[in-house]
Design a protein. Structure first.
Lengths: 340, 387
């Protein structure tokens, strides 16, 4: 419980017990970190140049801001800055990764064997599942693997699903609804050994647990800004350079982002994940104790059911009859009761 | 430009003059205020709790506000990540077998679908209506015609109402990329007559990273991004709340302030007249056609556009050579080539674009720098010719 007293430093005490709502939906969206806003503000006003107008000073300032952001986000996941493509969010990143890899493989088949098979989980985010459904309509085949009662994929089941035609495996790092963390490094090793691309939707995991694209052998990884105390409307796709992962762009035009994602980049938005990036370590510790604290009363048994989770995940799978029951638990009064 | 730029003495000691407003504009204070308010709030518009509902309400308000400004239904406004994505959604999402685009479109239209048929433009940069009519009559497959309202490099305004009428007569859809025109001239989607209209916030004083595709009828669009079914199923992804709020605020201010462009037009015309007086061989491209009030494409024969842009930048004047696309892109302008401009002029044309904040001092600064460059180059060019 000692971590509990340390935790509410950022959470105003005014929120506790005076009828103000308590926000326990950080998996859906987070509040912008004031340091992030501070980093964004200059690009709202004075430094407004188009980052692609590099022939003049304003454009170069904006371009440098974006490259700085790229370096900081890359450092967070142990990637080369050149491996990051800024997008409008994780939905676009997921669409680009899955459709982009599939469309490239169809247009430029490598070797003799066409690769037109994709493996994912039934529990993935809708934008992954919808992208796969669209590819099925286009003639690709997709295997939707079920998960075990723990919410985790069976590695044996995954290995069995991989065939000679398998192009890509898409498995999220941490689940948006129940917070379970998949065995990413093991999946990465399996995919690499079979020559299959590995995409992981890390929108819910970045910032909450340490991620290393090299150690985990991830080829493509989606990141969202607003899940990590940044603004809505910005995200990124990590695209491995060695060995090179090739994609067809979803959005063509001016050829920004190494041709993978055209459109004028937003310096203020791209800039924004960074202060957070450098402060993630500080942030992870206080978050660790919170869920146990919140659910320590009537829900402790549920919370301790043993779902595999990292200490940094700030949400637990709590099994109620109906999902909406969770909203009731989050009422101030209930929370106060729990605190006692 | 502008008090803002001049206040920033850190980067360059001398005055800075921003005349690249077609590339991007500074954020309007109204937009900044709306964004700051939104950034201070938390909540995903798709969440059912009160913060989620409040965020949803903000998104709906922006839909209504932008729809009302444009004379379009609120549910017809699809917020996307910018003009490039809107153009893609229009061309790819409409699912038409044939896509006809004008030869002077932005790259994001030209490259959105693998195969397009090009509608030529005349010497003034205006779409040749007879050819469009003939192209549509010659092939009966369902078609989409995409022609921009105003060109980003020359400012030439297309006869979109006539184009819409021709498209409609042949049962074709009409998409209009209004990114450069919005905010500079009065905009009414009914008057344009288009089925689909593209807008971008950062060209009218809103933030970058947000734009809209306006769908005027009940057209079915195949989404580009699939997932949570946001924007009436036309564009998945958590809504960019601050961007949307900033866009709506900037658009509202721009709509109130279109009269400022009478002053901008006078400044632009004075600039062109001065250039003609200083250098008789200099040319303004597209000048014979109706144009945006803020854009001047000026050729200084014999001097590479890149040289001009860099020299002007050293003097503190920011302009561009053609459009501001991906970094380091060098190549002749497809817009000027399509107009049949002589190759040597294509390579020596710069784009000077003004904004609501441009002043007489900005024009004077540009003319000083431009004249210095012209006199210096004329000497060396004349010398080269003599040798």
């Amino acid at each position: 419980m000692s971590s509990v007293t340390a935790a509410p430093a950022r959470r105003s005490e005014a929120h506790l017990g005076n009828g103000m709502p308590i926000y326990l939906d950080n998996q859906s969206s987070t509040r912008l970190d004031p340091r992030v806003l501070e980093a964004m503000l200059p690009y709202f006003t004075e430094q407004f140049g188009n980052p692609h107008s590099t022939s003049h000073a304003y454009g170069r300032i904006a371009a440098e801001a974006i490259e700085q952001a790229r370096r900081e986000v890359a450092a967070l996941i142990n990637a080369d800055p050149r491996e990051l493509v800024f997008t409008s969010g994780a939905t676009e990143a997921n669409n680009l990764a899955i459709k982009g890899a599939a469309h490239f493989a169809r247009l430029y088949p490598q070797g003799g064997q066409p690769r037109d098979h994709i493996v994912t989980l039934t529990t993935e985010h809708k934008c992954v599942l919808e992208s796969c459904l669209q590819l099925e309509r286009e003639g690709f085949s997709v295997t939707y693997l079920p998960v075990e009662s723990s919410g985790l994929v069976s590695l044996d089941g995954l290995a069995a699903a991989l065939g000679e035609r398998t192009l890509l495996v898409s498995v999220m790092v941490a689940h948006n609804e129940i917070g379970v963390i998949q065995p990413i490094a093991e999946i990465g090793a399996l995919c690499r050994s079979k020559g299959v691309l590995f995409h992981s939707d890390a929108a819910q995991a970045v910032g909450k647990i340490a991620l290393d694209v090299d150690r985990m052998q991830i080829d493509l990884m989606s990141i969202s800004g607003h899940k990590v105390y940044g603004p809505k409307g910005i995200g990124a796709l990590y695209v491995r350079r060695r060995p090179r992962v090739r994609l067809l762009p979803l959005i063509d035009g001016g050829g920004q982002e190494r041709g993978l994602r055209s459109g004028t980049l937003s310096a203020n938005r791209s800039r924004s994940p960074c202060p957070w990036a450098s402060s993630q370590r500080r942030r992870r510790t206080p978050l660790a104790g919170q869920p146990q604290f919140l659910f320590s009363g009537n829900c402790r048994d549920e919370a301790d059911r043993g779902l595999p989770r990292d200490s940094g995940v700030d949400r637990l799978g709590v099994h109620f009859g109906k999902r909406r029951a969770l909203l009731c638990v989050a009422r101030p009064r209930a929370l106060r009761g729990g605190r006692k | 430009m502008s008090k803002v730029a001049r206040a920033r003495r850190g980067v360059m000691a001398r005055t800075e003059t921003y005349l690249d407003w077609n590339a991007t504009t500074p954020l309007r204070p109204e937009a900044a205020a709306a964004m700051s308010a939104m950034l201070a709030r938390c909540g995903n518009p798709s969440s059912v709790h009160r913060w989620g509902r409040s965020a949803r309400q903000a998104v709906e308000q922006a839909h209504s506000a932008l729809g009302a400004l444009l004379g379009a239904p609120a549910e017809g406004v699809v917020f996307v990540s910018g003009g490039t994505e809107a153009n893609h959604l229009a061309l790819l999402g409409s699912g038409r077998d044939r896509v006809l685009v004008s030869a002077v479109e932005h790259d994001s239209v030209l490259r959105a679908v693998p195969e397009t048929e090009r509608i030529p433009v005349d010497r003034d940069g205006v779409v040749v209506l007879d050819t469009l009519d003939r192209l549509l009559a010659g092939d009966l497959r369902p078609a989409l015609v995409s022609v921009m309202l105003a060109n980003n490099e020359t400012g030439v305004v297309q006869p979109v109402a006539a184009i819409a009428a021709i498209a409609r007569a042949h049962g074709a859809l009409f998409h209009c990329d209004a990114v450069q025109a919005a905010g500079k001239i009065a905009l009414d989607v009914d008057a344009i007559g288009a089925d689909l209209v593209t807008l971008s916030a950062h060209k009218l004083g809103g933030p970058s990273g947000i734009g809209a595709l306006v769908v005027t009828g009940d057209l079915e669009l195949t989404p580009l991004l699939r997932g949570g079914g946001q924007e009436h199923g036309r564009r998945a992804g958590t809504e960019n709340l601050a961007g949307i709020a900033g866009f709506a605020a900037a658009a509202a201010t721009a709509a109130q302030e279109t009269a400022v462009y009478d002053r901008v037009r006078a400044l632009r015309d004075a600039l062109e007249a001065e250039v003609a007086a200083i250098a008789p061989e200099a040319m303004v491209l597209g000048a014979a056609a109706p144009r945006l009030p803020n854009t001047a494409a000026i050729a200084m024969p014999g001097v590479a556009a890149e040289t001009q842009v860099i020299a002007l930048d050293l003097d503190g004047v920011m302009v561009s050579a053609g459009s501001a696309c991906s970094s380091g892109k060098v190549g002749p302008s497809h817009v000027l080539e399509a107009m049949g401009v002589r190759p040597d002029l294509v390579g020596s044309t710069i784009r000077v674009s003004l904004g609501w904040d441009s002043s007489e001092a900005d024009i004077a600064h540009f003319l000083r720098a431009w004249t210095t460059l012209y006199r210096r180059c004329r000497g060396s060019c004349a010398g080269a010719r003599a040798a």
